[in-house]
Design a protein around this ligand. Sequence first.
Ligand code: CLF
Ligand code: SF4
Length: 483
Amino acid sequence: MELMSPTAIAGASPSLHPCYSEQAHRHFARLHLAVAPKCNIQCHYCNRKHDCANESRPGVVSELLTPEQAVQKTLAVGSAIPHLAVVGIAGPGDPLANPEAVFAVFRALTEKAPDLTLCLSTNGLALPDHIDELCQHHVGHVTITINCIDPDIGAQIYPWIVWQGCRLRGREAAEVLIARQLQGLDLLVERGVLVKINSVLIPGVNDQHLVEVNRVVKAKGAFLHNIVPLISRPEHGTHYGKTGQREPTDAELAALREVCASEDGETGVMKHCQQCRADAVGLLGQDRGAEFTLEKVAALSVDWQAAIAKRAAVRTAVEQRLAMQARFLQSAARPSGTVRRLPTSAAPTLRVAVGSTDGQTINAHFGHVREFLIYDVSPSGAQWVERRPLNNRYCNGPTTCGDGNATLPDALEALHDCTLLLCARIGFEPWRALQEAGIQPNSEHALESITEILPAVYEKWRKSGQRDATPANIRPMAQSGFA
Ligand code: CLF
Ligand code: SF4
């Protein structure tokens, strides 16, 4: 069967979607519309008093919306937040168990906010029945929560489903659900929809099995696999919470993601999921929902046509910035023809980590970086090596470094082979810890151009007699990719 290109569906583009692109999540916001209260299955990690655990963290949805209210809210948020790019429906129940409300919203938004990417998250049971309608509404991004492909495991996760008017239980229920999920995945991929698979990692239930799930969904053409940790606390009142099913540790989650990411294939592994509420508003990790309650939205006057133009301008500006950054990284990664191969003993390479959010200037506060840009610098110039993501930011507070001690090891690990760290600001505690680890922090060049400052920094380091370099950090040119 010939597969359609992913761009066959208008709106199916990962580059503007904060969940589908790690880069996009720094620039573009999403809005969740809570118009779907009903569900057609039961998961042991959900009790329907809370947000859908597929796409949210515990906490009741503040307000359920009618389709009209949802459209009004979208127009208000889209006017106030010009970097809004995606509107998703992710609960608090299953969107496709509430198809009338969901498609009424999508229909209205096609007219009044045609630039916004539409997104939906489902357990997949009803998915095969709605493929045409999803495509008609240009829903280019769909998430299916697939926790297993083995019905015996499924029977431990789903006590029942409602299928064709009957309540099925145990293995039989899981068998039907899994078959429908995989069928839905096939149909969406055929239509060029970008499908993300969410899997809830449940220790002792599907932890050993999710690598197989990853292999199967990858083979079927899923765009992204997002493995999220089970949230299971007694106070949530879920079956798992009440029966003491434990949550996975960070190490277990990271190890599984690592195994899945190392498999050769096209399905990426999402690592920046925030397990959002089903009524979340703003950038991932932010929740500006309180600014857009029904009462506040009703009081706003919105010019939705002007808002479309404003969003287009923001998008163009971000795209230009990203393109510039990509060009910069590409050129930095390819040394020019003038690069000389120098005797190894004469030209040690200085490995430098840079905190930058735009790839051009040293503009990031150490405590806020989510990744470091790594360069090897020598007399021949700077060679970009890679991005090093951080699992946790050192600082989670808006203005202070808070209790970052728990996350400092992540940063030290990410910087283990670097001699120098350039960032815009850094607190005293991490400064000292980095120095003790043999990494010299430097915030003297805040807001200066990375390309311009790296050669100067290298020269200074050489003249200083490479005092800060540890032997492991001094690598001969021939090993640094110039050969
Ligand atoms: Fe929402 Fe989900 Fe669409 Fe994103 S969330 S419906 S794909 S717009 Fe994103 Fe939130 Fe993780 Fe979901 S960070 S929980 S993956
Ligand atoms: Fe809850 Fe979502 Fe599972 Fe339905 S599919 S039971 S809403 S977690």
